[in-house]
Design a protein around this ligand. Structure first.
Ligand SMILES: C[S@@+](CC[C@H](N)C(=O)[O-])C[C@H]1O[C@@H](n2cnc3c(N)ncnc32)[C@H](O)[C@@H]1O
Length: 291
């Protein structure tokens, strides 16, 4: 099924609270990756497309006390929510700065805060930029000698449901992934000045002049049966993904009806009543080094 509806670009302001709330879920992973990326002599780290600034916080915790971290994002409300989260968690020691800059149109601003960075981290943000290679080139050029550019992109999307869920047509979740893939293609095509990047992230890092490029993939699996909190988090994520795919007309109408029942606490088929919902996914981190 291919939508004929006009594509609605993501309004990041609508995602601001969700991005900040998601930091808690990813905090352990951020700590692990930050620990591997940061070196004792590092002085500056940058989290690009920082969302809730969870990785900015983790990088700050790994760096020496005199070092600085900058979180960069194009959306004011995303940054406001991140700032509130940081103040509420009591980690504001004056060494973490948040800056609004758009990687599509304001790359020239970045050297003022990020030139000579030891670590630049960009998670799920570069794929929203029209010229991905152009942004990666610009970020690589900011690195200090020995600096690392880490892109958290790709991996395997989350899987949560048995193939046959008992209502609707089996394979519901695979079709949601296919709908999201079509949505992604339209999102990329809809970015003003969109430039294709018909190769993978490690190649993009090498083309940016970085060396020792490597990829590490982290798997995420929550114990089953899921705890009440994990189940709630999975259902919230599914609801958000279904909403987005449906709003853009990418979901088959009968699948949309099945999802509506599965996600309705008042329905007998509500997923919250099941003990076979699971959570499995993988995220890849691609790292290149400046010599
Ligand atoms: C999917 S979220 C990822 C947030 C966070 N890095 C994470 O992994 O949870 C994408 C983030 O990139 C930001 N973003 C999207 N396009 C951008 C652009 N052109 N320049 C800078 N930030 C951008 C959004 O505002 C959003 O916070």
């Amino acid at each position: 099924m291919t939508s004929t509806q006009p594509f609605v670009m993501i309004n990041w302001a609508d995602e601001a609270e969700r991005l900040s709330a998601a930091v808690a879920d990813d905090a352990a992973w951020y700590r692990l990756v930050a620990h591997e990326l940061v070196r004792p002599a590092d002085r500056l780290a940058v989290d690009v497309g920082c969302g809730g600034a969870g990785m900015a916080e983790a990088l700050g915790a790994e760096l020496p006390p005199s070092a600085f971290v900058v979180g960069v994002d194009s959306d004011v409300e995303v940054l406001d929510a991140a700032r509130r989260r940081i103040v509420e968690s009591g980690i504001d020691d004056g060494h973490l700065r948040l800056l609004r800059a758009d990687l599509d149109t304001e790359l020239a601003v970045l050297p003022t805060v990020a030139r000579g960075a030891d670590v630049i981290w960009a998670s799920s943000s570069i794929h929203h930029v029209a010229d991905q290679q152009g942004a990666i080139d610009a970020l690589a050029a900011l690195l200090a000698p020995g600096g690392r550019l880490a892109l958290a992109e790709g991996g395997l999307p989350g899987r949560h449901l048995p193939w046959d869920i008992g209502i609707g047509t089996p394979g519901l979740e695979v079709r949601l992934l296919a709908a999201e893939d079509r949505w992604f293609a339209r999102m990329r095509a809809g970015l003003p000045g969109s430039v294709p990047m018909p190769y993978g992230w490690p190649t993009a890092l090498r083309r940016a002049g970085l060396s020792d490029v490597s990829t590490r993939t982290f798997t995420f699996e929550r114990p089953t049966p899921l705890s009440a909190a994990d189940l709630r988090s999975v259902l919230d994520t599914l609801a958000q993904r279904v909403r987005r795919a449906d709003a853009d007309g990418e979901l088959d109408p009968s699948d949309a009806r099945t999802w509506a029942r599965l996600l309705d606490p008042g329905d007998d088929a509500w997923l919250g009543r099941r003990d076979d919902v699971f959570s499995l996914s993988a995220r890849s981190v691609h790292v290149g080094h400046r010599t």
